[in-house]
Structures are given as C-alpha cells and as structure tokens.
Design a protein around this ligand. Structure first.
Ligand SMILES: *[C@@H]1O[C@H](CO)[C@@H](O)[C@H](O)[C@H]1NC(C)=O
Ligand SMILES: *[C@@H]1O[C@H](CO)[C@@H](O)[C@H](O)[C@H]1NC(C)=O
Ligand SMILES: *[C@@H]1O[C@H](CO)[C@@H](O)[C@H](O)[C@H]1NC(C)=O
Length: 242
C-alpha cells in the first residue's frame, strides 16, 4: 500500500512539473493535436478501468470540460474535438482540436487513470493574422488635405503596432505629427469571434506631395509576422480645376 501511494504521488508530480511549461501556438482555423501519452501498466488497457478527462482553463481562469472517457463511453463537450479510440489502446490520449478559434486558447490538461494517474498539461496559444486593407492609389487636390485609411482586421492577440512612412524619390521618413501630416490610430475594437480590428489613418496636406507623387506606407507589427508587414499607396497631386 505504501509503495503504491508513493508511486501515485511521483506520477502526479512529474506529470505536473515536467509539462506545465509546454507551449503550442496555432493559427485560427487550423487543426492542432495536444499530446497526452500515458504509461499503461498492462499492455492492453481495459476499457472499464480507463478514465480520461481533458479540461481547459481559459484566459478568464474558467475551467471547461473538453472531453471525458468513462465506463467505455466518450463524451465530447467541445465540437470538433477528437480522441482516437484506437489510440487509447496504445496509451495515446492525445486530443485533436479541429478548426481552432480564439476561444480555444488556454491551458489544456489531460488526466488519465489506468488506475495509475497520469497528468499532462500544455498551454495553447491561438494566433490570428491580420488582414490589411489600403488603397493602391489616391490623389490630393492642390491646396487641400487627403486622409488615407489603413484598415487592419481579424487579428489576435490584441497587441499590434501601426507605423506610417512617407517615401519620396530620395528619402523615407516616419510620418508623425507635423504641419503637413497627421497620423491617427484608433483603439482596437473586439469582434464577436474575439479577434480585433484597428483603423489607422494619415492625413496629408497637398504641399507635402511633390508633382511626381509620393508613396505612403502603412507598416503593421504583429506576433504572427516574422518581420513587419507593409502595404503602400501612391499619392499624387491633382490640379484644382482638372
Ligand atoms: C498520438 O495520437 C495522435 C493523434 O490522435 C497522433 O498525431 C500522434 O502521432 C500519436 N502519438 C504517438 C506517439 O503515437
Ligand atoms: C471553422 O470555424 C468558423 C468559426 O467558428 C466557421 O465559420 C467555419 O465554418 C468553420 N470551418 C469548418 C471547416 O468547420
Ligand atoms: C524627400 O524627403 C526629404 C525628407 O522629408 C526631403 O528633405 C527631400 O527634400 C525630399 N526630396 C524630394 C525630391 O522631394
């Protein structure tokens, strides 16, 4: 009896500490497998002796059941999640999550009782790459101002930076607030699917534009990019009466 208890405790401790640092990153809309490999005492696990529980603690510290297997029956709480039944016979209780959404982000823990207890945790980070919309061309009327919008949608996590650059034939400079140009980046807004949108705009006076036109660059920095992503618009000068 004494040895069994020590063994159980050791299994819990090693499972908990060794795996709590494991991390997985996945893009929204794709599939991911969260690993859970247990040691079966017997070569063939008996269905009746096997209990599997997958739960997830989300970013609001709320615990959600994902999947349970008990008395030979599986109960799936999250749609599109699968634990392969044949895998269970081979000591593999890995969880396949199909079509991941932002709501799937959290700490996943599998608890397998064979009756030896096995616990394994993986933190799942979900990422959504932004869509960046900027017109290709724009014109400013002489003596007037023009506002150009860079529309950034559907990204996660919220942290994102927008930088505007103005490029002429010889130079490229970051656009800030000056008498000739003004940058305005709004607060991020939340979409129903928990992704975010941001609108950023630059307003330029025609005197900032030379006759040959200038290039305005909207640069976006987000954790889904290896290097910053940018799009550019050519801004030309349009005579007042043409
Ligand atoms: C465990 O099962 C998953 C799918 O259910 C599979 O992707 C993975 O390769 C398996 N791992 C091992 C070690 O067999
Ligand atoms: C994936 O999930 C999204 C959002 O929940 C849904 O609109 C889409 O139809 C799903 N795609 C598939 C292939 O299930
Ligand atoms: C290009 O921009 C730089 C910096 O704003 C400025 O000093 C330079 O005169 C501009 N060159 C032309 C050809 O407009």
């Amino acid at each position: 009896m004494h040895t069994v208890r020590i063994f159980l405790l050791a299994a819990v401790l090693s499972g908990g500490s060794a795996d709590s640092s494991r991390k997985l990153s996945v893009l929204v809309g794709t599939d991911v497998t969260v690993s859970c490999l247990f040691d079966a005492l017997n070569q063939l696990v008996e269905w009746s002796a096997l209990t599997v529980e997958w739960n997830m603690v989300d970013k609001h510290a709320q615990k959600n059941m994902v999947y349970t297997f008990e008395d030979g029956k599986a109960h799936v709480s999250r749609d599109n999640s699968v634990v392969d039944r044949n895998g269970l016979l081979r000591s593999n209780a890995s969880l396949l999550l199909r079509n991941v959404t932002v709501a799937d982000e959290g700490l996943y823990t599998c608890r397998v009782i064979t009756p030896v207890v096995h616990i394994e945790s993986t933190s799942l980070e979900v990422l959504a790459r932004p869509s960046v919309l900027l017109p290709e061309k724009a014109a400013v009327i002489e003596g007037e101002e023009k506002t150009i919008l860079c529309d950034i949608t559907g990204f996660y996590p919220e942290k994102l930076a927008v930088t505007w650059y103005i490029q002429n034939e010889s130079h490229i400079v970051q656009a800030g607030s000056s008498p000739l140009s003004h940058v305005c980046t709004e607060m991020a807004v939340n979409n129903p699917d928990s992704t975010f949108n941001i609108r950023s705009s630059i307003t330029l006076h025609s005197s900032a534009v030379k006759s040959g036109g200038i290039k305005i660059i909207c640069q976006v920095d987000h954790s889904t990019y290896i290097s910053p992503y940018s799009k550019s618009v050519t801004l030309t000068l349009q005579g007042k009466f043409t």
